[in-house]
Design a protein around this ligand. Sequence first.
Ligand SMILES: [Mg+2]
Length: 368
Amino acid sequence: MKIFDLTIERLEIPFKLSFSHASATRNMTDSIIVKAKTQQNVGYGESCPRIYVTNETYQSVSTFFQTHKSSLIVSISNLVSLKLWISEHRNGIDRNPAAWCAIELSLLDLLAKELNCTVESLLQLPELSGSYDYTAVLGDSSLDGFSKLVERYNLMGFVDFKIKLTGDIEHDKAKCDLVVGKVKHARIRLDANNLWYTSDEAISYMRELGHSIFAIEEPLQANNYDDLLSISTELGLKIILDESFLRLQQFSYLLDTPDKWIINIRVSKMGGLLRSIDIVNKAKQLQIDCIVGAQVGETTILTRSALTVVNAYRDVIIAQEGGCGTYLLKHDICDPILMFTAGGKITEGQVASLGERGFGLIMHSPQV
Ligand SMILES: [Mg+2]
């Protein structure tokens, strides 16, 4: 394969409603789209750089892209050369995971299209099959708005809920009460988005909350593994690592206590699909559960790439997030649009509507 051009652009699509959590409020998507071209085909990749997740911005992504563009065009001709490039640039990718994600996804899509096969076949992973169950992720809002959203999710048949905490105990309590009151047999987990500074603060807040939940995500400032472990032990629940888990080397903090952790794998923050697969593979060996998460406002490109991971590792992946599509976005850029339907599922039928080359998507937006 001979790459003819690589381009980058910023994609901003307004939301139908805004989404808030402890680190940010967002009312439009902020994605990066990379296009990789040969004479015959175009591959598309997406990522969502977030300053509060990987310390990346559009500017840092753009700089990374321009720095490496020529080298990528000259060096990448097949999967072997792509993997070699990744291993030779590991430190740079560690610091710029979202920048790399959009590039990598575009190259995987392109390589598979050139070979007339799916990305799964290119990577020697099982072809997509079955359906995909999503968690209802509840951002912060007024109680009235929150209540309506819970009702909608309940009517759709969701049973798995993630509630974003705010640090306002009465408000957070009321939100947990609402979910427990409206949804029979709800499985609830919480995401604090790095709210607290000490384990004592987090522990006393959770005790005051008084709800039975199965896990809490990122209660402290990122990377305080010892304090996170104290919270887990004290409260008897698992800690979900999101901002505190971005690369393979961070397994060293989890080796002695694998049963205390769940890793939230988001393809964008992990630095693409190949690194996400390496991480879930290692987690499987260590018997650490994983959740495949998402970026707020991601398009079908990232939603589709996450299916590759879930499909190949259903035995370690205990939940999946995202799949909001045009429930959140005013429009998507792909055809088909992948988003959950009744029961909180992306169905077998939706998956069957994907094409059989690359990620199986057609771009139809004038922006792309
Ligand atoms: Mg999170």
